[in-house]
Ligand binder design. Structure first.
Ligand code: PGA
Length: 258
């Protein structure tokens, strides 16, 4: 059985002092779920040192929202996996759709970031998902397949090795921040398709062990509709993860439905 994973994505919200306070509150409020769930929050880079210092080692994983694939070098504005590790950060989101749409993230750069994170023994959450135009023109599966396979090829991620720290987040672009979540059936079907691609590429063991999270307008009121599916191994939540009490409520709803 895959343990469900609930991740908050704080995007470009909260000043560092607030981020530290809110992370600690979210950690305290979710401690009681730790035996049943894995949980984490992806915070802006500038908030990572303060959170790490105040929260210390916590059941609530601290993640970044991006990272570069080189250890160091002339890459202005980038942050390496070594730098994240120095702050006890557990991993990073990769290629969130906002990065794909607004900052030129490609499947190739996504794959290199995932490979660097896994090589550093960090968690990598590779985000994929189709636009409304892609879904409506019948290109859902082609889009997801390309996002996964082009990234795995660029990161030289082959079958054979186990990949316990790799997760995939399925986030339909049209569902992010819109209040219009996918239906549980749409999520279930997309996840099953993604698992099939993982199986083809990595083999059954990795496919069976990899967590696939749903994201896009998840709230305490709908999260368990998704996580009840055996194919949905958790959620990546933006807006509804910002308030510590809401984050705790998301986790509570999932534990109630287990
Ligand atoms: P949302 O964002 O929950 O606010 O729709 C999800 C995400 O962008 O990861």
């Amino acid at each position: 059985m895959r343990k469900k994973l609930i991740l908050g994505n704080w995007k470009m919200f909260k000043l560092p002092a607030t981020a530290s306070t809110d992370f600690c509150s979210a950690a305290e409020a979710t401690k009681k779920f730790e035996s049943k769930l894995d949980m984490g929050i992806a915070a802006p880079f500038v908030s990572l040192p303060g959170i790490s210092e105040r929260a210390g080692r916590s059941h609530l994983m601290l993640l970044a929202q991006n990272c570069h694939w080189e250890k160091e070098g002339a890459f202005t504005g980038e942050v390496s996996t070594e730098m994240l590790k120095a702050l006890q950060v557990s991993g990073a989101l990769v290629a969130h759709s906002e990065r794909r749409q607004m900052f030129g993230e490609t499947n190739v750069s996504a794959g290199k970031r995932v490979a660097a994170l896994l090589a550093a023994d960090l968690h990598a959450v590779l985000c994929v998902g189709e636009t409304l135009a892609e879904r409506e023109s019948g290109k859902l599966e082609d889009t997801l397949r390309a996002q996964l396979l082009e990234a795995f090829a660029a990161g030289n991620l082959q079958g054979g090795a186990s990949r316990p720290r790799l997760s995939i987040a399925y986030e339909p672009v049209w569902a992010i921040g819109t209040g219009k979540a996918a239906t549980p059936t749409e999520a279930h079907e997309a996840h099953a398709f993604i698992r099939g691609v993982l199986r083809e590429h990595f083999g059954e063991t990795v496919a069976a062990a990899t967590r696939i999270l749903y994201g896009g307008s998840v709230k305490p009121g709908n999260i368990s509709d998704f996580t009840r599916s055996v194919e949905v191994d958790g959620a990546l939540v933006g807006g509804a993860s910002l308030a510590p009490a809401d984050f705790a409520s998301l986790c509570e709803k999932v534990t109630e439905s287990l």
